[in-house]
Design a protein around this ligand. Sequence first.
Ligand code: GAR
Length: 191
Amino acid sequence: MNQPARIAVFLSGNGSNAEKIFSYFKDHSSIKVGLVLSNNSGAQGLQRAIKFNIPTRIFTRNQFRESDEVLIWLKEAEITHIVLAGFLWMIPINLIKAFPNRIINIHPALLPKFGGKGMYGIKVHEAVKAANETQTGITLHEVNEKYDEGKIIFQTTCNVLPTDTPFLIAEKVQALEHTHYPPEIEKWVNQ
Ligand code: GAR
């Protein structure tokens, strides 16, 4: 029998992946979303959390990078695992040390290609299109102190047609994300 897990979700924007996660774990027997955190007080994802009665916290760059405040909130909420769902900032070392191999990220391409600083959202799909790739997909990976370089946990692909625009590619990739991220988080937590 696994110990009950409590997930914290970090997001910066829309939060469509976050909402799929909230919904998937809503009545889960052993995994609960205990806290949602954002650097952006206007993030749509915070409203989605409120709809699911999940507590939310907003932080500044200073609180995140120069203090243990966020870490203290996570401890107070008895968080065991961190899930990044469209979160823009690099995770500071105090959190990486406090949650070793317990932080997961989703990236909207097949790492190690199309990753790194500045590779976020539509920019990733524009780069895939510019490189004339015939396939793209999603990557779930553990988070370490470098952007997009932690251990790869899961990848799956979709085709890119010559006529696909970056927005069409984004739609295909988001569909993969919404299908696979919640159950893959469940497997990762229960491993
Ligand atoms: C997702 O496509 C996620 O893969 C991407 O941001 C989007 C957030 O959408 N993350 C990155 O690009 C990380 N480098 P959402 O807010 O609707 O879930």
